[in-house]
Design a protein around this ligand. Structure first.
Ligand SMILES: *[C@@H]1O[C@H](CO)[C@@H](O)[C@H](O)[C@H]1NC(C)=O
Ligand SMILES: *[C@@H]1O[C@H](CO)[C@@H](O)[C@H](O)[C@H]1NC(C)=O
Length: 262
């Protein structure tokens, strides 16, 4: 019972202390020196600056705060300010190869950059055409907007046959993938040249030649074997055969002559 009672008595005391100190804290934060970026000093007091996107139409007085008004449609202010007017957005002139990369709004300026193929040059304070890379050289990627091209020699297996400020080295054509054969090697300035006909035709030609050749060989071997067999047979039974032949011829002739006589 006793501690609870003590707490009950403490609570109003704490509340009263806070009620006294809390407003004090706020005044302490604002009044001392005008240290904050968001305030300015005038007539010995600290006044509010205007937030980004607004300008100060009238400064504070001893009795009134600053009056801030929003920037116009093509204007901006990107800081806490005491400006009496907003800044105009710049024009990204396409005639000077400029393009808006950030459109800008009331709180941020419009940002221009050189269009593709151009880079900003501090020498002329203008956009300059990007350097062309000669054949055998390609543009290093990624091409950075607003940066001049960096040319690098084409590595083995790559080529560039054009004068260009945008093109990379291209890989040589792979004839194998196209189902063709390579008839000329590639260089750093020229592509590989593939045969205009696919090599798939060669097996077709072989398809025509091969059976013909096989048939011819087969025929030749048959003739050869027949000749050998005939030769062997003739040598062994040559005499008998001739005798048989003579016998048959004589018989035939005899019959013929008999017929004639009849
Ligand atoms: C204004 O533009 C800036 C930069 O493009 C962007 O960060 C900001 O959010 C924009 N503010 C508004 C209100 O659209
Ligand atoms: C062509 O492509 C094939 C299959 O991807 C690969 O094996 C071969 O090495 C390539 N040839 C050349 C010359 O790049």
């Amino acid at each position: 019972m006793a501690p609870r009672a003590r707490r009950r008595r403490l609570l109003p005391v704490l509340l009263a202390l806070c009620a006294l100190l809390c407003p004090l804290q706020v005044t302490f934060q604002i009044t001392p020196p005008c240290a904050s970026r968001r305030h300015y000093e005038r007539f010995g007091r600290c006044c509010n600056k205007c937030e980004p996107g607004t300008y100060m139409s009238s400064k504070c007085t001893t009795t009134s705060e600053s009056v801030c008004l929003p920037c116009g449609p093509d204007e901006y202010l990107d800081t806490w300010n005491e400006e009496d007017k907003c800044l105009l957005h710049k024009v990204c002139d396409t005639g000077k190869a400029l393009v808006a990369v950030e459109p800008g709004n009331r709180t941020a300026p419009r940002r221009c950059a050189c269009t593709r193929g151009y880079h900003w040059s501090e020498d002329c304070v203008c956009c300059r055409r990007n350097t062309d890379c000669a054949p055998g050289f390609g543009v290093q990627h990624p091409v950075q907007l607003n940066k001049d091209t960096v040319c690098q020699p084409c590595l083995a297996g790559y080529f560039s046959d054009t004068i260009s400020s945008t093109e990379e080295c291209k890989p040589w054509t792979n004839c194998t993938i196209l189902g063709k054969t390579e008839v000329r090697h590639g260089t750093d300035t020229s592509d590989v040249v593939c045969s205009p006909w696919p090599p798939t035709k060669l097996p077709n030609e072989r398809g025509i030649y091969l059976p013909t050749l096989t048939l011819l060989l087969l025929f030749a071997s048959v003739v050869f074997v027949a000749a050998v067999i005939f030769g062997v047979y003739y040598r062994k039974k040559g005499k008998a055969l001739t005798a048989n032949l003579w016998h048959w011829v004589n018989e035939a002739c005899g019959r013929l002559s008999e017929n004639k006589e009849m």
